[in-house]
Design a protein around this ligand. Structure first.
Ligand code: ADP
Length: 465
């Protein structure tokens, strides 16, 4: 059964891990999909207004004209290739702020909830000729391309849109030395648009928040259910074990007195015994003792079905010292083991107390009998009774002791400590539970202190009212 539970726990944990991995994979996929959808949505918004704003078109035209003029200058030998971009840079500086403003306004007008930055970059300008093309500008790496218009941002992490390639035929008149001349050429421009979204991660996560919260909630729920199921299973197993132990212990406890009773009645039937009054007397005494033992066992089982609130107390005023001395003396008389050394010390301020003599006697005897049961060789029991602000009874033995783990459970119903030494000792695990109930019914407390192998001390405290 224990093996089965362990297998179940390991299986469930593995299942949970597998589930978490799948969940993480799905969330990651959702994240990617959400991100792609978000980027796509931004792209579409940019496309929409890129085509519709006249002033932006006119800025593009200005730049286009500039490029054409620079090419003419280059073709006519007025500027060198390395000077070609200078003119473009200069004009770009003056029109770029207006361009950025137009774009920002357009973004706002689109109702985009997130800040977007836009940039148009120049990749190449090539003069096309039937014999040999002349490359005026060409960059293959995106971070080396030339920023034409737009805001500055890290191009490497930006999204690219619109790779536009236009080929234009130009025919222009120009004046040279007072003479009008004509120039024709064809050129190809390749530009690339980029955009960047500040804090896109947060935006994507915000959009995913529903899925995330639901996943965390379901995961926690599954975890809690699993924990609860395993915990209940372990508790059920414990209860089943306790029941089996109880039945075994009970059978064991009942067998001995019953066997003795059978033997004693058989003996009494014999004529030769009947003729010896001494033997009859001792057999009857044995029957009486076993009868008492059976009665006690049955009482223990019956009484233990009661909670402490249901113990019917019948309090009377007792003289503390006299009462406890009598209990201890009676215990010594009835104790089977002769090797007991019982020391008692009294420190009495308040002389009397109201208590239920019958129940408190049972409680004290349970503790004293345990001191004998769970001891070896010479048994030393020290009882210290103090009555100041409350009645405090300390019973200390030199027995086998109780482990720290078991100490917490000794007052639980049916609990018997797991140490090997006690296997031969009979018991139902009800004595201390019952004692605890009795002390609680008197509004008192009971505590245990113990060191394994050295001994155990029980401390009972009962208030005066
Ligand atoms: P029982 O004695 O019938 O088993 P109890 O409720 O009286 O049941 O005690 C519960 C358990 O506490 C015992 O089984 C024993 O393991 C442990 N115990 C109680 N008293 C002592 C003691 N004085 N020394 C060592 N162990 C003790």
């Amino acid at each position: 059964m224990k093996k089965k539970i362990n297998l179940l726990i390991v299986g469930s944990i593995l299942g949970l891990i597998a589930l978490s991995v799948i969940q993480a994979y799905l969330i990651n996929n959702t994240y990617k999909l959400e991100k792609d959808a978000f980027v796509e949505e931004t792209k579409r918004a940019i496309f929409r207004f890129d085509e519709n704003i006249a002033e932006i078109d006119s800025i593009y035209e200005t730049i286009g004209d500039l490029v054409i003029n620079q090419i003419i200058d280059y073709k006519l030998g007025r500027i060198q290739k390395n000077e070609f971009l200078n003119g473009i840079n200069n004009v770009q500086d003056s029109i770029n702020p207006r361009f950025v403003e137009l774009y920002q306004n357009a973004f706002k007008a689109q109702g985009l909830s997130h800040p977007v930055k836009f940039q148009k970059r120049l990749k190449s300008i090539v003069l096309i000729d039937s014999i040999a093309n002349d490359t005026l500008f060409f960059k293959s790496k995106k971070n080396q391309t030339l920023s034409l218009l737009g805001e500055t941002f890290d191009i490497d992490s930006a999204y690219s849109i619109n790779n536009s390639q236009t080929t234009t035929d130009i025919e222009r008149d120009y004046m040279e030395d007072g003479v009008q001349k004509n120039i024709t050429f064809e050129f190809q421009v390749v530009t690339q648009d980029y955009f960047n979204i500040d804090g896109w991660e947060q935006e994507v996560l915000r959009r995913m928040s529903g899925v995330l919260i639901l996943s965390i909630f379901i995961f926690t729920l599954v975890l809690a259910l699993l924990y609860y199921s395993i915990k209940s299973l372990i508790t059920q197993k414990k209860i089943a074990d306790i029941k089996t132990d109880f039945v075994n212990n009970m059978t064991h406890e009942l067998k001995t007195p019953l066997a003795t009773l059978t033997l004693a009645t058989k003996m009494l039937k014999k004529e030769e015994i009947q003729q010896q009054p001494q033997l009859v007397d001792s057999t009857v005494q044995t029957i009486e003792r076993q009868n008492k033992r059976l009665q006690k066992l049955i009482d223990q089982v019956l009484n233990n079905s009661l909670g402490y609130q249901e113990i019917p107390l019948n309090k009377e005023t007792v003289a503390i010292e006299k009462y406890i001395s009598t209990v201890l003396d009676d215990f010594m008389l009835s104790a089977k083991s002769k090797n007991i050394d019982l020391n008692k010390t009294f420190s009495i301020a308040q002389k009397t107390i109201d208590l239920d003599k019958f129940y408190i006697t049972t409680a004290l005897l349970n503790i004293l009998e345990n001191a004998v049961k769970y001891s070896e060789d010479k048994i030393i029991i020290d009882c210290n009774i103090e009555s100041h602000s409350e009645l405090k009874i300390t019973i200390k033995d030199n027995g086998i002791g109780i482990s720290d783990k078991d100490k917490k459970q000794v007052f639980e119903k049916f609990f018997r400590a797991g140490n090997k030494e006690i296997h031969d000792v009979k018991g139902l695990g009800l004595g201390l539970y019952y004692t605890h109930q009795i002390i609680k019914a008197h509004n008192g407390t009971i505590a245990v202190e113990s060191t394994e192998g050295k001994g155990t001390t029980f401390i009972l405290s009962i208030p005066f009212n």
